[in-house]
Design a protein around this ligand. Structure first.
Ligand SMILES: Nc1ncnc2c1ncn2[C@@H]1O[C@H](COP(=O)(O)OP(=O)(O)OP(=O)(O)O)[C@@H](O)[C@H]1O
Length: 966
């Protein structure tokens, strides 16, 4: 093998020996013919003795056809189908022979060992002594290795000439392709190129290959009008000495780019190659293979080697590729393909062809943990046939169940092909951890559309260089490109709660007597948790589970967690790399964590159970967990998992990399948001609060610090340990105030009295009930006298019956919240309900617009006093619209009964003129005021420090518990 390495370095693509095609077949004089000997004078003169004899023996032993083992054992060879002498590749290749069409190439290139005397190969060029020596050494080494291997596996399966296998392989592919394309084999264009080449054994410590793929564009042919061709190298299987490559030449490199989008159809202009995405149909690219040219492929010499994987040559005629199906977007495939092939020359002339390299860097998933390109389409790519495979999956990498276990995440990597083709090599005990570290292997390409979105798994699991020692049959999933295993996964995103669902309860410590736990900072939350009107946690939990979150159901993070759970039975802290401390709260510390081996980032809130019990904060932790379990909203965090590890209760949540709104405000000029920006944020918050209320959750701790900014600039409300859960009794409120005595409005479909009956479905009734339309109509047709218009509208809407599904009647006597945000009724201890959220909503809007809260005093006591007694004032600057001030005024009404939203909930607030023109339904698609700088917020930094396994140390600091990373 070492000779291969050395030989690999010598070979240049442009010096590849190309052999002419004859009558649709490659022709070559029989081995040892006089012509051949003439072409190798140096060899003849110098090696007339035993060496020559050896060579002759060696070649003669190879039968008539080229030995696949040899072909595959040589990194220099590439069988390549080619359209004709007039193809673009030919044209390009001729460039390299321009000075000396045959001799130069032969002298510069290693002679194609193993196949030189095959009658399928065209006339060989003269060869130098040096060349001959190299050939001899390499071919002998190759032969010895092959014989050694064959001797081992001889018992496993009947031996068939490898040359026959190659021959059969080609026949199959040709037949299949011809059948599919409807073209005669010898007339088809060169669309698929198959290289069966060995790979130089690259040490596992070799540099990782960048994630990119090459697109080799050949020059258009002079004689045949043929679009530029894109080559994708598709590693199919590892063999004992290297890797077999199926090289697909797709017409039109633009396919690759098209495929980046979730387009539904990709096709070449020539129609020879089709790559289509459709929901229910499997499209098989039309593949036409012409007779091959033998080429030396330098690309593959750089591919990593799966040293431990073995090729059973009998499997050659059972193609892998044909059954390799990809139910995914093509970009994934391309990314996968490229991952292994980027040692190819970046640009220049290769094999006389104009080579342009298209490099696609796969964005770091961890920086885009929310990337969800969700395709509801499936793509299957089958090259050649689904029944005949070019190669079969090497089962040596698989345990008996054709399954690989990733060392860290222990996800199962299954080979689909093995299901149809029982392994002939039953040596399933080989360790993927070691083998894959130096190999490149695609076991199967089958991915469910639901899991494509996420790069983290991306269906590409790459073996790490340093597998763990204690785990055989496993491979480590990492960013390394040394080996690629395409994961076949059955995606069921909603099956989160499974056997391993760590649904451990935080130990129950009933603490109903908790009273008045104050924090020191005026901005810190006060936590006298009480649940006077709370309903039981179980009643919620029975209805919801972590997996039952439709809006996030396609998130690949579910799948990542599911795999860990399936493999380990449960999820624990040991499955996460804690990358960074995000913050420390009253009941726990939040860390940025990566699920080991998946690049999936999470925010994990870690709470010490004993500490909570001692401080009587267990109910708060329980409430938060119960609420998180219920949530499924774009502006609220998703709880992916929960578990107890070492007496630590952990909540695995969605990670928000953009920091919080408090920090974002500080970064603004004059430390406050513009009115449009503030409107955007509070609108999203309003929707989140409305959702919470409808779930029976009164948030009670609204403040900029608890509003996190997602990667996409939208918000996420977090921190529910002070929230109150209560029952919701949806009610239909009829108008309490008489409708306006406006005859114009009293007539026609806008007559609100028409809508009194809740079950009325008269069209004339539905129109006026569609309040946003009415609002937008007013907004679009402003009339001169509009000073009282908002009031009129409000009056009109108030006169309509309305379903209120928010807990307007809930009451609690707890003293909770943050000083500057506390509602008067909480401070006065009069009992409070959902209206406290509308008070805090008003304070928030005030702070976003003015850069400070309205009632802040010198100290907390004064602040509380101001809240209760001080009238609301607005600063002169910055300038704020009347509508904004009016909304704030309506929200900061000290009497909760008169507060906007107290009667009909969020709907009342949404109708306020401040929000006129806002499309509530599509706000999640609106462009946010700004995008967070992820690196600035430390996420990128932390993510880049991957591999640093750090550990937790718990420290109690006063009432707080700190978990230190070291
Ligand atoms: N999902 C998340 N993504 C990113 N950062 C988060 C996430 N959840 C929390 N954080 C960060 O961690 C910090 C601590 O959060 P946590 O919810 O524990 O409490 P808190 O709001 O600071 O305090 P308390 O629980 O006492 O009200 C937050 O300030 C926030 O910056």
């Amino acid at each position: 093998m070492g000779s291969f390495v050395g030989a690999c370095e010598i070979v240049e693509e442009k010096d590849v020996v190309r052999l002419a095609k004859h009558s649709g077949r490659y022709c070559m004089p029989p081995l040892g013919s006089s012509r051949d000997i003439e072409q190798r004078p140096a060899l003849k003169s110098e090696y007339q003795g035993s060496v020559e004899y050896d060579i002759d023996q060696l070649f003669q032993s190879i039968s008539i056809k080229p030995s696949p083992r040899r072909v595959m054992g040589s990194s220099f060879h590439r069988f390549e189908t080619s359209a004709s002498a007039g193809t673009s590749r030919r044209t390009s290749a001729s460039t390299s022979r321009s000075t000396s069409p045959s001799k130069k190439g032969a002298m510069k290139n290693p002679f194609p060992m193993g196949t030189p005397r095959s009658p399928r190969v065209g006339p060989s060029d003269s060869i130098s002594l040096k060349q001959a020596l190299r050939d001899l050494c390499i071919s002998k080494a190759s032969e010895m290795a092959a014989q050694k291997r064959l001797s081992k596996s001889a018992a496993a399966s009947p031996r068939v000439s490898e040359a026959d296998r190659i021959k059969s392989l080609y026949r199959q592919v040709l037949n299949e392709s011809a059948g599919r394309s409807g073209l005669p084999v010898d007339k088809g264009k060169s669309l698929v190129e198959i290289s069966l080449t060995p790979v130089v054994d690259i040490p596992s410590s070799s540099q990782s290959i960048p994630q990119q793929f090459d697109v080799l564009e050949t020059e258009p042919s002079n004689s045949i009008s043929e679009p530029s061709q894109a080559k994708i190298l598709l590693p199919i299987n590892g063999n004992r000495s290297g890797l077999k490559i199926v090289r697909c030449q797709m017409l039109e490199t633009s396919l690759l780019h098209k495929s980046n989008k979730s387009g539904s159809s990709l096709s070449s202009s020539s129609g020879d190659y089709e790559l289509q995405l459709d929901e229910d149909t499997t499209y098989i690219p039309h593949v036409v293979i012409e007779d091959s040219l033998v080429e030396i492929d330098k690309h593959v010499t750089s591919l990593p080697l799966c040293s431990g994987s073995k090729v059973d040559s009998e499997e050659l005629d059972k193609s892998i590729v044909s059954s390799a199906t990809l139910k995914s977007e093509p970009t994934i495939l391309i990314s996968e393909l490229k991952g292994k092939l980027d040692n190819a020359p970046s640009s220049g002339t290769e094999n006389g062809k104009l080579v342009s390299k298209v490099t696609k860097y796969i964005p770091r998933p961890k920086l885009r943990p929310k990337r969800k390109i969700l395709l509801k389409r499936k793509l299957k790519i089958a090259i050649a046939s689904t029944t005949k495979m070019v190669e079969k999956v090497d089962t040596s990498l698989e345990p008996s169940a054709s399954e690989l276990l990733c060392q860290k995440c222990h996800c199962a990597l299954k080979s689909s092909s093995t299901e149809n083709h029982p392994p002939t090599n039953t040596n399933g005990t080989e360790k993927c951890s070691n083998d894959l570290s130096s190999s490149s292997k695609i076991i199967s390409i089958e991915a469910d559309q639901e899991s494509l979105a996420s790069p983290p798994l991306n269906r590409i699991l790459k073996c790490n260089k340093e597998p763990k020692k204690d785990s055989s049959n496993s491979c480590e999933v990492s960013d390394s490109d040394e080996a690629v295993v395409v994961l076949k996964q059955e995606v069921s995103s909603s099956s989160y709660s499974g056997k391993g669902d760590a649904d451990e309860q935080i130990r129950e410590h009933p603490t109903s007597s908790e009273k008045f736990e104050f924090s020191l900072s005026s901005k810190n939350s006060l936590g006298d948790y009480s649940s006077s009107t709370s309903i039981s946690e179980e009643s919620h939990l029975s209805r919801f589970s972590c997996g039952n979150k439709p809006h996030m159901s396609m998130d690949v993070r579910w799948e990542a967690i599911k795999h860990v759970k399936l493999q380990h039975g449960s999820l624990g802290l040991r499955h996460f790399n804690l990358l960074k401390k995000l913050g420390c709260g009253d009941i726990g510390t939040v860390y940025l964590a990566e699920l080991v081996g998946t690049n999936c980032l999470f925010a994990i809130k870690v709470m010490d159970i004993e500490f909570l019990a001692r401080r009587k904060k267990t109910p708060r932790a329980q409430a938060e967990r119960a609420i998180l379990k219920m949530l499924d909203h774009p502006f609220l965090p998703t709880l992916y998992a929960q578990f107890t590890s070492d007496n630590l209760s952990c909540l695995v949540m969605e990670y928000c990399p953009g920091g919080d709104l408090h920090v974002l405000r500080q970064k603004q000029l004059s430390r406050c948001f513009s009115e449009p920006a503030a409107r955007f944020y509070v609108a999203e918050i309003l929707l989140a609060l409305e959702y919470l209320h409808m779930l029976g959750v009164i948030y009670r701790d609204l403040k900029p610090e608890n509003i996190l900014v997602r990667e996409d600039g939208h918000i996420m409300l977090t921190d529910f340990d002070l929230s109150l859960r209560c029952a919701v009794n949806p009610t239909l409120l009829r108008s309490t105030s008489p409708p306006e005595k406006d005859p114009a409005r009293m007539s026609g479909p806008y007559n609100p009295s028409n809508c009194i009956q809740p079950l009325c479905i008269e069209p004339s009734c539905r129109v006026p009930c569609f309040s946003p339309r009415l609002l937008s109509t007013q907004a679009r047709n402003p009339k001169p006298k509009r000073t009282k218009r908002p009031d009129l509208l409000t009056q009109q809407f108030r006169s309509l019956p309305q379903l209120v599904a928010e807990p307007t009647e809930a009451r609690s006597n707890s003293f909770v919240g943050t000083h500057e945000y506390l509602a008067p009724e909480i401070i006065k201890g009069e009992g409070h309900g959902a209206a406290v959220d509308w008070w805090t909503f008003g304070v928030l809007l005030y702070e976003l617009l003015y850069g400070k809260t309205p009632f802040k005093g010198y100290d907390n006591e004064e602040t509380l006093s101001n809240v209760v007694y001080q009238n609301l004032k607005f600063p002169d600057s910055p300038l704020v619209s009347f509508q904004a001030k009016e909304l704030i005024r309506r929200l900061l009404v000290k009497d909760p009964e008169g507060r906007l939203g107290s009667e009909k909930g969020a709907a009342e607030i949404k109708r306020h003129p401040f929000f006129i023109g806002l499309n509530w339904a599509l706000i999640r698609c609106a462009i946010p005021p700004e995008l967070p700088d992820i690196y600035e917020n430390g996420a990128g930094e932390a993510a880049s420090s991957e591999g640093n396994n750090r550990y937790l140390e718990c420290k109690a600091i006063g009432d707080h518990l700190e978990f230190e990373l070291f």
